[in-house]
Design a binder for this molecule. Structure first.
Ligand code: NAI
Length: 330
């Protein structure tokens, strides 16, 4: 039996986690879960957002399923998610976005995967006071850029995807984004069967909104990837559907793109699908390919049926009801 570290998180976290575990159980996947507290509830109990024992557990068991957590704002806390990614060197942030039927999707033919560099750029927390304000340091290194670009091309080959787009702002940030773009062009030569192009982030945003189905795989530094993945989520039916994975050499954390949604927490109306699809990425990672496919098909059938949808998808169903519907298709 697989050992999996489980973070139920804050806000809607516990409600959606409960349903995801129930669905995995119904799919015949009985894992050995090791629950730990991180985020707001860990802070209230232990006075820290990420207890050391949680990091040690991920190092030991290698895989974690994580519901969203709340990071208190404006008290000098580093984001829990950024903290975990840096502590475990989870350098790949994988965010697939695709259109489903009967959602509020703007487009019905999107199927793209974003590879967001996860450890540097403007997210290292290096902000300093300067005369008249503050400055933030943007870090782009060859090592971090190389490994995310390699990961994007390897994924393209493995999943038979034909095109990779590099997103950057190298026309302005000539050294940092220039390095990223040069490495992309260099590395692409090792993958002659995959076609490439590159786009400046502002043009990319317009292209994404006008014609997102032209994109296949996107690789980009941290900040652009963060923004583009929410943009892609908005175009394909909202945050309630988009899964994510943070993958390093020695450990991986699977989590939805959305946050802890305090505005709807405790009401049993949150959409559990994003976390469920994140668990499917975890199943892929662990080698349970057929089971992941079965769950994805049940999700597709539930959305295609369209009678049981949560509020974010334009329906009135509860978290439990949509989970029941998915289970009925398993
Ligand atoms: P959010 O993603 O929690 O919510 C944005 C909007 O989307 C809200 O209207 C919310 O109700 C809705 N929404 C989100 N997930 C949903 C779901 N599964 N079903 C239905 N509706 C859903 O973003 P927000 O409000 O900016 O952040 C709230 C908290 O979450 C903050 O403390 C933030 O730091 C944290 N956060 C945590 C993340 C994580 O743990 N991975 C990621 C993003 C934010």
């Amino acid at each position: 039996m697989e050992d999996i570290v489980l973070f139920e998180g804050d806000g809607i976290g516990p409600e959606i986690t409960k349903e995801v575990i129930r669905i995995l159980d119904c799919a015949g996947l009985k894992f050995n879960y090791h629950p730990y507290l991180i985020g707001q509830r860990a802070y209230e109990k232990y006075g820290v957002l990420i207890p050391d024992e949680a990091i040690e557990a991920i190092k030991k068991y290698k895989v974690a399923l994580k519901a969203p957590v709340t990071t208190p704002i404006g008290k000098g806390f580093r984001s829990v998610n950024v903290g975990l990614r840096l502590a475990l060197d989870l350098y790949i942030n994988l965010r697939p976005s695709r259109s489903y039927p009967n959602t509020l999707a703007r487009y019905n033919d999107v199927d793209l995967v974003i590879f967001r560099e996860n450890t540097e750029d403007l997210y290292t927390g290096k902000e300093y006071e300067i005369d008249g304000g503050f400055e933030a340091i943007k870090t782009i290194t060859e090592k971090a850029s190389r490994r995310i670009i390699e990961a994007a091309f390897s994924y393209a080959i493995k999943h038979n995807r034909l095109h990779v787009t590099c997103v950057h702002k190298a026309n302005i940030m000539k050294k940092t984004d220039g390095l990223f773009l040069n490495l992309f062009n260099e590395i692409s030569k090792n993958y002659p069967t995959v076609s490439i192009d590159d786009k400046i982030i502002d043009n990319m945003c317009m292209q994404m909104v006008m014609n997102p189905s032209q994109f296949d795989i996107i690789v980009t530094p941290n900040l652009y990837g963060d923004i583009l993945s929410d943009l892609a989520a908005g175009l394909t039916g909202g945050l309630g559907l988009v899964p994510g994975a943070n993958i390093g050499t020695d450990a991986a954390i699977f989590e939805a793109v959305h946050g802890s949604a305090p505005d709807i927490a405790g009401k049993n109306i949150a959409n559990p699908i994003a976390l469920l699809l994140s668990s499917c990425l975890m199943l892929d990672h662990l080698g349970y390919i057929n089971e992941a496919k079965k769950i994805r098909t049940a999700v597709y059938n539930t959305l295609n049926d369209g009678t049981i949808l949560t509020k974010d998808l334009g329906g009135t169903a509860s978290t439990t009801e949509i989970a029941d519907k998915i289970i009925s298709y398993l």
